[in-house]
Design a protein around this ligand. Structure first.
Ligand SMILES: *Cc1c(COP(=O)(O)O)cnc(C)c1O
Length: 355
């Protein structure tokens, strides 16, 4: 195990108003940084005051996007304990992304220890208000000052923390989703299964165009036939048709969400039929026409469950469950947030306490 050097700030900041946190706008007093070089491996693990970093304009991440990241949260319980939700899964997935992007991996146990140490130091920053949390953003960037295209020899692993507001301050709101007919998120053999920066840069244009048409996000279809459902925005997607829940399989083009996996495990434990299989947009459309499409929802760390009230596929509009949140979406939301905030028993041992 590496030692973590800790340099505490002398000038703690004023905490933001918990009623107006939004997402990713405020940062805590400290951050974690660690360097990699081919000679030394990962070294210089330290927690330092949150501050700007300085880099040469030539560093490789600025030019070729060799970067990976993760996103998870710390939750405050009613009795002021701080819980993480399946943090080892995020760190395992970070390593999956690292392997694909030719970035050196990080020991999972060590990385979880680092997160616990950092969150514990800034534990007063975990907000108290209902539905709020502390978002944790670990990321790795390529830092060689070099303009040739090759894997970098040096990297920086950084973790920053951001107190975030409740995703649903006024209760669950279903979203309107545009089925993207033109742009593609990922192809087989590509990087769709990784959290790498380029995936998000390339998806912006579809999001911008959907917003102009009055939609919150896009539903991505497969890149070859433009038929099979992939994901919705930066969430995995589930459909409930005729009492069966269906979600697209993990075949390299979609992100293996930890919320997705947790939803599948919960459904199985409730004996609700859940299948991972290819599902086409025609099938969704036909089920909706026949009145068999009962619910659709996205899953991800930020929203947990995001019910879909409308899908627009080439101007054919599908209104799902009358445009309202469905019973299963609500049940899953209550179950997951109940475990995350320590309000319900944790039968899967998903939470890890920070202390
Ligand atoms: C992060 C992410 C998800 C959701 O993953 P969770 O682990 O559930 O937060 C889904 N799709 C994409 C593209 C993502 O980046």
């Amino acid at each position: 195990m590496l030692n973590i050097e800790i340099h505490k700030t002398n000038t703690p900041q004023k905490k933001p108003d918990e009623n107006n946190l939004g997402f990713g706008q405020f940062f805590t007093d400290h951050m974690f940084v660690m360097d990699y070089s081919s000679k030394l491996g990962w070294h210089n693990a330290s927690i330092i005051p949150y501050s700007p970093l300085s880099f040469e304009p030539s560093i490789m991440v600025f030019h070729y996007g060799q970067a990976v990241f993760e996103g998870l949260k710390a939750y405050r319980t009613n009795d002021d304990r701080i819980l993480l939700f399946r943090p080892e899964k995020n760190m395992e997935r970070l390593n999956v992304s690292c392997r694909r992007l030719c970035i050196p991996e990080i020991d999972v146990e060590f990385a979880v220890e680092v997160i616990k140490t950092l969150v514990n130091l800034d534990r007063d920053w975990v907000p108290k208000k209902e539905g709020t949390s502390l978002y944790i953003r670990p990321f790795i960037i390529a830092t060689d000052p070099y303009l040739g295209v090759k894997p970098s020899d040096t990297y920086k692993f950084i973790i920053i923390l951001s107190p975030v507001g409740a995703y649903y301050p006024e209760g669950m709101n279903p979203v309107k989703i545009y089925v993207e007919p033109k742009y593609t998120r990922a192809a087989k053999g590509g990087v769709g299964f990784t959290k790498t920066s380029g995936n998000y840069a390339s998806s912006l244009i579809a999001q911008v165009e959907a917003k102009k048409k009055g939609y919150t996000q896009v539903l991505w279809l497969d890149c070859i036939e433009k038929r099979y459902i992939e994901e919705v925005g930066t969430m995995n997607v589930f459909f409930k048709i005729n009492n069966q829940v269906i979600t697209p399989p993990l075949e390299g083009t979609i992100l293996p969400g930890i919320t997705r996996d947790s939803v599948i495990q919960l459904l199985k434990s409730w004996n609700i039929p859940i299948v991972e299989r290819k599902i086409s947009i025609e099938e969704i459309y036909e089920s909706n026409t026949k009145g068999q499409l009962e619910e659709a929802f996205g899953t991800g760390t930020a929203a947990v469950i995001s019910p879909i009230g409308e899908l627009n596929w080439n101007d054919k509009k599908m209104i799902i469950n009358g445009g309202n949140s469905g019973a299963l979406s609500l049940k899953l939301y209550e179950a997951l947030t109940g475990i995350q905030y320590g309000k319900l028993p944790d039968p899967f041992s998903w939470t890890k306490e920070v202390k």
